[in-house]
Design a protein around this ligand. Structure first.
Ligand SMILES: [Mg+2]
Length: 211
């Protein structure tokens, strides 16, 4: 009897813990609708409007800087990701990055233009790999991000470090160099973990997750 109750309890426990599965076709359709029908852009606009309101309250130090993530932040890879039926294959992704054709996220570009008009320093910090550096510079330029203090991406020794460890270490180093990081804009939690982030602007990303 005792074991019977234990067995029923265990079955209940596993059923309760089972995540609700979603049909993959339906999930992809829902995600595509979110991006294609303007909800993504609307959500980004709201976040940028709030960020601008915050920046307006900041004292204008010369060392004021905002950290920008690149993928699904400054640059928008949605069309490419949708064109392959969603998902991620490293070699294919690198080929896409090397084409340097990603358009800007319009709202993020608006934020960038606003910050430049305020003479606030821009730092690009991305988990992209070293071999894509030139393509990244080229793509940022073609997307209109022509003025920034620095662009930092991972070198070969840092490929096994988590995104949050890598990015928080770099932000700490930037702060030690004298940058006053007043805000940080990205699309992943790992863009902000570990401090030195300032005001956090977390954009939505329903395409992938980076830990
Ligand atoms: Mg990103």
């Amino acid at each position: 009897m005792k074991y019977g109750i234990l067995k029923i309890s265990l079955i209940f426990f596993f059923v309760a813990c089972q995540p609700e599965l979603v049909n993959l076709d339906k999930a992809k359709k829902a995600v595509a609708e979110y991006y294609d029908y303007g909800t993504y852009e609307k959500d980004c606009k709201k976040l940028i409007d709030e960020a601008v309101e915050f920046i307006e309250t900041i004292d204008p130090y010369d060392s004021n800087a905002v950290v920008f993530d690149i993928d699904e932040t400054a640059l928008d890879n949605y069309r490419y990701i949708k064109s392959i039926g969603f998902g991620y294959i490293l070699d294919e992704w690198n080929k896409w990055v090397n084409r340097a054709e990603a358009p800007p996220n319009k709202e993020v570009k608006r934020f960038y233009d606003y910050l430049r008009s305020k003479k606030i320093r821009i730092i690009f910090l991305s988990g992209r790999h070293e071999e894509t550096y030139q393509a990244t510079v080229k793509n940022l330029r073609s997307a209109g991000y022509t003025e920034y203090d620095t662009l930092i991406i991972r070198n070969d020794n840092e490929l096994n470090v988590s995104a949050s460890e890598f990015k928080s270490r770099i932000r700490k180093e930037l702060a030690e160099k004298g940058y006053r990081i007043i805000a940080n804009i990205g699309d992943q939690k790992s863009d902000f973990e570990g401090g030195y982030s300032g005001y956090v602007i977390k954009l939505p990303n329903y395409l992938y997750q980076v830990d």
